[in-house]
Design a protein around this ligand. Structure first.
Ligand code: FMN
Length: 245
């Protein structure tokens, strides 16, 4: 049985952070294949592997990114605009989410403080002031350029196994992200890349029983300040359910 020193493994796990700025250098196909092969060693419900991936590089990646940025531009301007801008946006429909999952669903009240905190911490790190809506939108817009990553991996899940397909896909994604990290690549899982699914479907022959869950940006991390951001890691007590009285 293969083992490794547990403290080395813990250090490796703790050293992974989401990368939000990449250099444009392309990732060799051999590396992408090796990472996907590692990802496929994740456990899966009845070994069904109810997920598929669409790997976008080069022109395909650029076309998807251009279209997502175009839609974000329309949507963000409308949502920051007057009530009439919003009405026009809903009537014209161009830029309205076309996601397969409800990506924009509000966070439950008990989890909202955590999501608020990560947003606040990240913007503070980047020097974006609290009320600076334009600065926040600009950082959000970077999602749709996949933060400059040369590779975007779109993860789809099978409609027929809703909950466990998503759970399996999560395990697959974590293996993928860690394998990339072990090879010196940065990644960022991005729910933002699932807000509009049709630009991805236009580039790939996605079977109709598969739904777009999220994307993962992958490439070589740059030295940009955003990559030195360290998200808070919560203590295990915050997720441990106490015994009943
Ligand atoms: C399913 C999923 C979707 C995510 N979506 C986004 C996203 O759209 N944009 C983004 O910048 N980060 C996104 N993240 C990254 C999280 O914000 C990040 O993992 C979290 O803040 C913890 O930070 P760390 O990955 O550096 O440990 C996503 C992460 C996951 C797992």
């Amino acid at each position: 049985m293969a083992t490794m020193e547990s403290s080395a493994f813990s250090t490796f796990l703790a050293s992974r952070r989401s990368t939000r700025d990449f250099v444009s250098k392309s990732v060799p196909q051999k590396a992408i294949d090796a990472i996907l092969t590692d990802a496929m060693t994740a456990p899966s419900w009845s070994n069904t592997r109810p997920y598929m991936v669409a790997v976008a590089t080069g022109e395909v990646r650029n076309r998807i990114s251009t279209e997502l940025q175009r839609r974000w531009d329309i949507a963000s301007k409308a949502l920051r605009g007057s009530w009439w801008d919003k009405v026009k946006f809903f009537l014209k429909r161009d830029g309205l989410p076309t996601s397969d999952y409800r990506v924009w669903r509000p966070y439950p009240a008990d989890l909202k403080p955590r999501s608020n905190k990560i947003g606040r911490d990240l913007y503070t790190h980047l020097g974006v002031a609290r009320g600076d809506k334009v600065g926040r939108d600009e950082q959000w817009a970077r999602n749709f350029d996949m933060f400059g990553a040369p590779v975007a991996i779109f993860v789809f899940t099978h409609k027929g196994l809703p909950t466990y397909a998503v759970s399996d896909a999560g395990l697959f994604m974590q293996n993928l992200i860690l394998s990339a990290h072990a090879r010196g690549f940065g990644t960022c899982a991005q729910g933002a890349l699932a807000v509009w699914s049709d630009p991805v479907r236009a580039e790939f022959t996605v079977p109709k029983q598969y739904k777009l869950l999220c994307g993962i940006a992958m490439g070589y991390p740059s030295n940009d300040n955003v990559n030195s951001f360290r998200a808070e890691r919560l203590p295990i007590a915050s997720i441990t359910i106490p015994l009943a009285d």
